[in-house]
Design a protein around this ligand. Structure first.
Ligand SMILES: *Cc1c(COP(=O)(O)O)cnc(C)c1O
Length: 238
C-alpha cells in the first residue's frame, strides 16, 4: 500500500509538472487548470490514496464501476466525480446521484433526461457537450466514441442551458486517432467560440489525456482527463 502511494505520488508529480510547464509555455496560469484523475479500472483504494495526495477530481466512464467506488468513498466529501463515458439514458438516475459533472452530453434526449434526473435528485450537475471532432476535421464520423457534430452541438448546448438543474460548463472532446492533437483541439476551440456566441458562460474545455495534455493546454483546455500517466497502464480498451 505504501509502495502504491509512492507510485501514485510520482505519477501525479510528473503530470502536475507537465501541466505547469505547458501552462507556462502557453502563457496561462496553471491555477486555472483542473486535473481530473481518470481512475477507471483501478480500485477505490487508489482513489483514496490520490485524495490523500490532494486530488479533488476523479473521472470514471462506466456507471456500475463509478457508483460502487463513489459509495465506497462516500466519506470523502470533497471528492468531485466526473462522468466521462457514454451515458445510456437508463443510467442517468444513477449517475446524478454521485456525479458532479458529466463530460459526455452528446444528444438532446440525454440532456433532457439528465435535467429531469438531477432536478429529481435535488442536485446541480455541471455539463460539457461532447463534440465528435471527426466531422470538423473532414474524417468519417467517429461513431464509436460518441459526441455531437455540426449544428447538433449547439442544439445540445441549448438543451443543457435550458434545464434548471444543469449548468453548461463548455465542451469536451477526445482527439481522434490518426490526427495531430493540436489540430483536433484547435477545431474544438473554434467550435467553442461558436457556442459562446449563444452561451457566453460556456467557458470551459475538457480536453487532453495522458498523451496529448500539452497540446490541449496550448489550445485552452481547462479540464485535463488524465489516467495512465498517473495510475499506470490499464488493460486494453474494453
Ligand atoms: C480513459 C479516458 C481518459 C484517460 O486516458 P489516459 O490516456 O489514460 O490518460 C480520458 N478521457 C476519456 C474520455 C477516457 O475514456
Amino acid at each position: 500500500m505504501n509502495d502504491r502511494r509512492e507510485e501514485l505520488a510520482a505519477g501525479l508529480d510528473a503530470v502536475r509538472a507537465r501541466l505547469a510547464a505547458a501552462a507556462r509555455a502557453a502563457g496561462r496560469d496553471p491555477g486555472t487548470l483542473t486535473l481530473v484523475a481518470v481512475t477507471k479500472f483501478f480500485p477505490a483504494s487508489d482513489v483514496r490514496l490520490l485524495a490523500g495526495l490532494g486530488v479533488r477530481d476523479a473521472g470514471e466512464n462506466r456507471d456500475q464501476e463509478a457508483s460502487a467506488k463513489a459509495a465506497e468513498l462516500a466519506d470523502l466529501p470533497d471528492l468531485h466525480w466526473h462522468f466521462i463515458g457514454q451515458v445510456q439514458t437508463n443510467k442517468v438516475r444513477s449517475v446524478v446521484r454521485y456525479a458532479g459533472s458529466v463530460h459526455s452530453v452528446d444528444r438532446v434526449r440525454l440532456a433532457d433526461a439528465l435535467g429531469r434526473a438531477a432536478a429529481g435528485a435535488g442536485r446541480e450537475l455541471g455539463c460539457f457537450v461532447q463534440v465528435d471532432l471527426a466531422e470538423a476535421l473532414g474524417l468519417p464520423a467517429d461513431s464509436g466514441r460518441g459526441g455531437a457534430a455540426g449544428e447538433e452541438v449547439l442544439r445540445v448546448a441549448d438543451a443543457v442551458a435550458g434545464a434548471d438543474a444543469l449548468r453548461l460548463r463548455g465542451l469536451m472532446a477526445v482527439a481522434p486517432l490518426g490526427v495531430e492533437p493540436a489540430a483536433a483541439f484547435d477545431a474544438l476551440a473554434r467550435t467553442a467560440q461558436r457556442v459562446r456566441e449563444h452561451h457566453p458562460g460556456a467557458l470551459e474545455l475538457s480536453a487532453g489525456m495522458s498523451g496529448d495534455l500539452e497540446q490541449a493546454v496550448a489550445a485552452g483546455a481547462t479540464h485535463l482527463r488524465v489516467g495512465s500517466a498517473i495510475l499506470g497502464s490499464r488493460p486494453p480498451a474494453r
